[in-house]
Design a protein around this ligand. Sequence first.
Ligand code: SF4
Length: 265
Amino acid sequence: MAGPYKVVSGKTYSLFGIDTSTDLYFTTMRTIAESLLGLCPDQRSLLLHVQKAGGVRIKKGSGYALDDVLIGYIRKTLHDLLKPYTRSVKEHLKSIPLSQRFDKIIRTQQERYHLYMLEIELVNRIYREAFRKSAYKFALLPHCLRDFRPQCKSVPGEMEYVCTGCTEDCFIRLGSQLLKKYGIQPYISITIDQGKLFRRLKAEYPNIGALGIACIPELAQAMRLCIKLGISPIGIPLSANRCARWMKQAYETSFSLEELEKLIR
Ligand code: SF4
């Protein structure tokens, strides 16, 4: 990992774990996925097992027979290897104010974080090629990466705000440059109703791929929404969840530019 990264702790998770870089997290995710694919070589079947472990009802007509022993093994493996990254979840769950008790993202349990982490890795593997071949590719970068910059000079674009590159080390600027190099149109995500936005884009561009950068629960949920709407999703989790939704005000966070380039090159 190069350059501008600072070790940060999130409200519930940090991909730095107990390390000084997020590299180990991404290596761990690849190792877990490879090892589970050794037991269940069909990526889509493994994804359904992971979703079932997280409480998703899998339709009978899915064509896949789900194995409870594998589901139990997935849960245990993830807990053992991923708990260093989600150490703050339990403390956070005890302190959720009444006003946020019904917010599904805010009350995500520790096990669910681990399942989402693997889900993101598997969705990237399954949809990467379809994303690359999409006629129109766009990316949504989270507005929290610029929230604490009162001087932000982003401007309204075709569908969301776009970065004008006013600040040298801003992660939105760095991410946007990289995305453009690979023919992906970057936007700063402001819209709350992503379902409406994605439906409109799908109607406009039938062959479309979406790249998300977001905190873990939001990224996994957005990927599910894209798949449901026939949009090919890939994504990179933020290094830690530190936006105002989690911490009352936005604190600096980051994402791995190296992992982003590995995913899109
Ligand atoms: S570099 Fe872009 S996103 Fe960052 S503060 Fe400037 S205009 Fe805003």
